[in-house]
Design a protein around this ligand. Sequence first.
Ligand SMILES: O=P(O)(O)OC[C@H]1O[C@H](OP(=O)(O)OP(=O)(O)O)[C@H](O)[C@@H]1O
Ligand code: HPA
Ligand SMILES: [Mg+2]
Length: 165
Amino acid sequence: MAPPEKAFPVSWDQFHRDCRALTWRLNEVGPFQAIIAITRGGLVPAAIVARELGIRVIDTVCIASYDHTRQGDLKALKGVSADVAKLGGGTGKGLLIVDDLVDTGKTGRLVRSMMPDAHFAAVYAKPQGKPLVDTFITEVSQDTWIHFPWDTALSFQPPIRDGAG
Ligand SMILES: O=P(O)(O)OC[C@H]1O[C@H](OP(=O)(O)OP(=O)(O)O)[C@H](O)[C@@H]1O
Ligand code: HPA
Ligand SMILES: [Mg+2]
């Protein structure tokens, strides 16, 4: 697959605002018994959403697929704990799954298959992944790469006219 052409850099401030906007929507849908963060990217929005919704039971589903921008095979490294699975009645009902973004939707599809009745929220969504999420805040085009603040640092950028993404 061709590498994404456009860059969508997100600052910490913007990310925090987008997570709060996501929480305003989720607050209309809940209540939720627990949050499940899809690691690692989902840990950051999960902490913010949990704080805003007052949720203290937080678990992880650990999945890896990308080596920087290259997508490899999905690896499910860890599922939810028995306690949290029980809270969701085995199907995820009343549980909130949080990730930073959905791109092709592969990760989302796998997690949804584990907890079909859970509510799945992502901060950002690309068109291919959008049908997988119940709630998201901002859509970007499929050929855009989102640069998260925990993956980036301030650096010089060449002018757009000279070919900057
Ligand atoms: O919709 P998809 O095409 O499956 O892509 C979305 C997933 O890819 C990224 O995670 P990644 O596997 O890079 O791991 P990380 O969260 O540890 O960075 C991102 O955090 C999502 O979980
Ligand atoms: O656009 C993206 N940005 C960061 N990580 C990702 N993992 C899949 N797509 C993306
Ligand atoms: Mg991830």
